[in-house]
Design a protein around this ligand. Sequence first.
Ligand code: SAM
Length: 279
Amino acid sequence: MEIKDILKKYNFRFNKALGQNFITDGNLLNAIAADAEVGKDDVVVEIGAGAGTLTRVLAEKARYVYAFEVDRALQPVLDEVLKAVDNVTAVFSDVLKMSDEEIKNIVSGPFKVVSNLPYYITTPLMTRFLESSLPVTEMTLLMQKEVAERLTAKPGTAEYGAITVGVEAFADAAVTRIVGRNNFFPVPKVDSALLRLVIDKNKYKIDDEKFFRKTVKCAFLWRRKTLANNLKNMFSFTSQDCEKILSECNFEPMIRGEKLSVNDFILLSSVVKKYLKNR
Ligand code: SAM
């Protein structure tokens, strides 16, 4: 039976607020699994199983799939679509409300995240996994094209922001394909891109991850202001302190946060920390 007929059979009503735009095209589903490099040894966590089309393809390629879905109305649909595979557990829960411990109790050992994301949770979901203690090795995420562009932007561009630095600091990110809006149903208002993030927490030497993130956040807090102004506001430094900090980092006095690379931010956060300690 076609997915559309199965949805009809269970009287399923799409919930726009949950970002429900499903994919049924077999070639595209296989391409997503291939880009995520899912293989027989992999445990996959899928966020937002929907009607289970991607779940089923992932299950055919992976060792095991844990498919999280917040909408219980999809349970009978998933039961039917997934009855041909025996290596999937569907978990009906809001993944953003689960603690690391709760997830670890369900998924043991390292895993890859694969998701046709509900757009409204792209950033919180990505950050939730990137900043967690969970043993996630990779994330392959279908997201709004413009967001993927922002996440892979270069310093000095309008798209470059705190989230770009957060991704670049802890992962290798690349867009593997653009997916036009007509590949989804219902058809959304935007095109998508598939972004693959291979997590590498040791890519840079960042001693204090929490303080590094705080410094990055500070630099982009008021985008139109100079870095010195943002440092003053966030850490209550004097103008003289800021001058010294920027000079110690070898930055121009009027520099803005968007010009800084990850290495610049590592240097800046260690100098700021030192000044805070000696104040
Ligand atoms: N994977 C399916 C596909 O590709 O056709 C569905 C993708 S659809 C874009 C996103 C799915 O995520 C929806 O089924 C939605 O109900 C679910 N969802 C939304 N927020 C969620 C959350 N916080 N936790 C788990 N699932 C969520």
